[in-house]
Design a protein around this ligand. Structure first.
Ligand code: F6R
Length: 607
């Protein structure tokens, strides 16, 4: 995590850097800082907490300069105080860093033995001292960086400026993303295209091991071996305008309300409404020959994959393995070459998922990534890309990225079923018709917003909340619990409804709300029995179902929401929305920071 940005140009750097950091704040908000060159000297401003504090600091103590680097931090090594905020500097070299330097302890000992004094507890500061120690009369700053990079182990995106060097900024990447932005007589560095959106839309993405020497007139890029390389310049479609709240109180609410639109956009990128056929993006291998699918992801994306497992197995009759990325590699899974490995990630940068992708590549798997950011590392390292057209998701809690992931995965399940000769034309028609209905039904779900807010007024007082679901509703229960805990800080757990009686039922009393995700599908009666078990023990049930379900079971629940009746195939996509709204309203009522919950960051680029 952490976001970095740098610019070398002719305009006052500090306001531009602070503005760019605001667009990177989703990557972390423990502290922020910037450094510029003023009359050849490195000047720095840093502040604990969010960018707003750095902004106030730079207004109170203005800082000039037209060359600068800036950083917003998600703390890894060292508590989030100003002393540990980036940029780090020894007065000669200033560095911003995203990632983790794994061999920092030994490098720090080496530097301290040379008499160098460290001011922070971070792993990052070692980069400053390493470069500074190599920068001598005989060895210039560019050569010094090259030598230092060769010593670093771990993951990094770096931005570096040098005292007395007005026309020089260096960027480097290994494991953490970094883009170069091209302007007229000015150049930029940024963790992503969004950071640079108002300044330039012409970008090159550094590859693993690349480092770049930026001067006002242009950039030279070198690969890991120090050989000059060209990286294509792409035009980003992102505009700074799309990044506002559009009249909503929070980004999260705006993104929840965007779902009918982005679900439609995502579906239409794969579905031909005239011929009523699904067409996937080009897949450079034979889908019909796939014998096993392995899905790897983290957090909410993992829950999207967990729903997909039900779809892939039932509709395409293909065996599916699924694991959270942070555990996947450590199992050292045995993989038959020729399998399909599917990585799901909004950001396309999650370090654990990326590491799993590389593991699967080495195991001879076909690599497919489902991402929201097509310029991301995962997309660039995959054989095929599936894309969610969710647009930028700024709220740290994933909402529209999740439901659009489900939409793509549903389409992929149908395509896989067809390719494997498992689905009949009639079944495919039925499933396609169900998918086409989703955007309109999603709008209807949003009509329950006010009622869900009223339910939130009751649930907000709970200390613990349980979520139950069965079949493809089970991952939605898990997602509901994750949403609630991450933004409202209420303890919540999701369980397979049938597992209740194997332990969690001991928790049930009148103080524990139990949110039940129960579309009226073939599993409904079994879930209904589990609801009875909860009610018999005094549990307060919040029941999300449809007309039939509410008619049968509604009298047992304290609160019911009757969602549109849809084909059970697409129910997980729609039932995700009320659990998002419930978490949102509880968080707002509790007064937490909905868009930037404590301790979290949007893009998790450390393992
Ligand atoms: C929760 C949430 C996280 C992410 C997870 C993976 O609301 O957003 O659990 O889903 O960090 O991130 P991506 O999808 O970018 O790999």
């Amino acid at each position: 995590m952490c976001g970095i940005v740098g610019l070398i140009g002719n305009k006052d750097a500090a306001p531009l850097l602070v503005d760019a950091l605001r667009r990177l704040e989703y990557r972390g908000y423990d502290s922020a800082g910037l450094a510029t060159l003023v009359n050849g000297s490195i000047e720095r401003r840093r502040a604990e907490g969010k960018i707003v504090n750095l902004d106030a600091c730079t207004r109170a103590q203005p800082i000039g300069g037209t060359v600068g680097i800036a950083h917003t931090r998600w703390a890894t090594h060292g508590v989030p105080v100003e002393r540990n905020a980036h940029p780090h500097t020894d007065g000669r070299v200033a560095v911003v860093h995203n990632g983790i330097i794994e061999n920092f302890a030994e490098l720090r000992a080496e530097m301290e033995a040379q008499g160098r004094v460290f001011q922070s507890d971070t792993d990052s500061e070692v980069v400053v001292h390493l470069i500074s120690s190599y920068w001598t009369d005989e060895c210039g700053p560019v050569e010094a960086v090259k030598k230092a990079l060769a010593r670093l182990e771990g993951a990094f995106a770096l931005g570096i400026i040098f005292a007395g060097e007005h026309d020089l900024m260096i960027g480097a990447r290994l494991g953490s993303p970094l883009a170069i932005g091209y302007g007229d007589g000015e150049m930029f560095l940024g963790s992503d295209a969004m950071a640079l959106a108002p300044m330039t839309n012409r970008l090159s993405y550094l590859e693993e091991g690349d480092w770049a020497v930026l001067r006002r007139g242009g950039v030279e890029i070198f690969d890991r071996a120090g050989q000059p390389v060209q990286r294509p310049v792409q035009v980003s479609a992102l505009s700074a305008a799309v990044i506002g709240k559009g009249g909503f109180r929070h980004f999260m609410l705006k993104e929840i309300y965007e779902q009918p639109q982005v679900l439609g956009d995502t579906l239409h990128s794969m579905f031909n409404p005239v011929e009523r056929t699904l067409t996937l993006p080009e897949i450079p291998f034979d889908l019909s020959a796939v014998k096993r699918v392995t899905i790897v992801a983290c957090g909410t994306s993992f829950y999207a994959g967990s729903v997909a497992r039900y779809w892939f197995e039932s509709l395409a009759r293909v065996p599916v393995d699924i694991d959270v990325a942070s555990e996947f590699r450590y199992r050292e899974p045995v993989m038959e070459p020729g399998g399909l490995a599917l990585f799901i990630s909004q950001s396309g940068e999650t370090a654990d998922t990326l590491a799993a992708l590389r593991y699967c590549k080495a195991q001879g798997q076909h690599i497919v990534s489902l991402v929201n950011v097509t310029e991301s590392s995962m997309a660039r390292e995959s054989d095929a890309i599936l894309q969610t057209l969710a647009g930028p998701e700024i709220g740290v809690a994933s909402t529209k990225a999740f439901t659009t992931q489900l939409m793509v995965l549903a389409c992929f399940a149908v395509a896989l079923g067809r390719a494997r000769g498992v689905l009949s034309a009639a079944e495919e028609d039925r499933l396609s018709a169900a998918l086409v209905e989703v955007p309109a039904r999603a709008s209807e779900v949003l009509n329950h917003d006010e009622r869900i807010r009223e339910i939130a007024e009751e649930v907000m007082h709970a200390r613990d909340v349980l979520y139950l679901g069965r079949g493809s509703s089970y991952p939605i229960a898990l997602e509901g619990a994750l949403k609630l805990k991450e933004i409202s800080y209420i303890h919540a757990e999701g369980y397979a409804a049938g597992e209740m009686k194997h332990g969690p039922i001991a928790l049930i009393d009148e103080k524990v709300p139990v949110v039940v995700i129960a579309p009226h599908d073939s599993l409904f009666e079994k879930t209904a029995s589990n609801v009875q078990e909860v009610v018999a023990r005094g549990g307060k049930v919040v029941f999300f179902s449809d007309e039939h379900g509410v008619k049968k079971m509604g009298q047992n629940a304290v609160f019911t929401i009757s969602l549109p009746t849809v084909d059970p195939f697409v129910a997980p996509i729609l039932y995700a929305i009320p659990v998002q709204l419930l978490a949102y309203h509880i968080a707002v009522l509790k007064g937490t920071d909905v868009d930037q919950p404590r301790n979290l960051a949007k893009s998790v680029t450390v393992e």
